[in-house]
Design a protein around this ligand. Structure first.
Ligand SMILES: O=C(O)[C@H](CS(=O)(=O)O)OP(=O)(O)O
Ligand SMILES: [Mg+2]
Length: 222
């Protein structure tokens, strides 16, 4: 099995795992514990327009800050409190990257790294691509390290050089935690009062859930 790491744009027609550690991947994975259907949207207006017909909760942020009038932010801790049928979510990076995936799209982060890696291996034909979301077109260290955590569970496969680099980068967990906490994204979230979300997002293998994005909907891949 080939394993590759890419940034922003997915090239695979097989399986692609979108990684947005802070915070879309983590928030979506947690939301699926109590909400079976998640609709990601690119725009706030689209989210607002869809909410009444689905009687859905609204979650989302811009620049990390909760969108006015939404039930919760893009926050794994806040989303844990919600229970229902449908959630609509719009975020700055993660939801946009998902839309660009042409293959089978899964969602991964530190909290489900092992589960998503195993599932990808099971269902892929010959290629698992890990896609770092980044922040508005820029590299984000938290996504590189989250990708490394996932790839560390695929080490027996044929890793490209980017994938090897990410895997090597996560060898020291203490340094990984320090780097993620010191990232621009984490600093921004701390300023906005979401410091505890950063700690939450760093938990390893807390979840066995693997979210899959298919036909406009995110659900648990059984
Ligand atoms: O909500 C988040 O943590 C980020 C905010 S920002 O774009 O990094 O300012 O959004 P995400 O889509 O989860 O990267
Ligand atoms: Mg992010």
């Amino acid at each position: 099995m080939q394993v590759s790491l890419s940034f922003e744009r997915s090239l695979s027609k097989d399986v692609a795992i979108m990684v947005d550690v802070l915070r879309a991947s983590t928030t979506i994975t947690v939301a699926l514990e109590k909400i079976p259907n998640i609709i990601p949207t690119l725009e706030i207006e689209e989210a607002l327009a869809l909410a009444p017909e689905h009687q859905a909760f609204l979650a989302g942020e811009r620049g990390g800050a909760t969108i006015e009038g939404f039930d919760v932010g893009n926050s794994p801790l806040e989303i844990q409190e919600l229970e229902g049928e449908t959630l609509i979510i719009t975020t700055s990076n993660g939801t946009r990257i998902l839309e660009g995936i042409r293959g089978r799209a899964m969602i991964g982060s530190f909290i489900n790294a092992r589960a998503v890696a195993n599932k990808a291996l099971q269902v892929a034909t010959d290629h698992v691509e890990v896609v770092m979301a980044g922040v508005r077109g820029n590299f984000a260290i938290e996504d590189f390290l989250g990708a490394g955590e996932i790839i560390s569970h695929l080490q027996d496969e044929e890793l490209d050089e980017m994938a090897q680099a990410a895997c090597l980068a996560i060898e020291n967990q203490e340094k990984v935690d320090q780097a993620v906490k010191g990232s621009r994204s984490a600093q921004n979230l701390k300023k906005l009062g979401f410091g505890k979300d950063v700690e939450f997002c760093l938990q390893r293998d807390k979840s066995q859930l693997v979210p899959e994005f298919k036909d406009g909907l995110i659900r648990i891949l059984e």
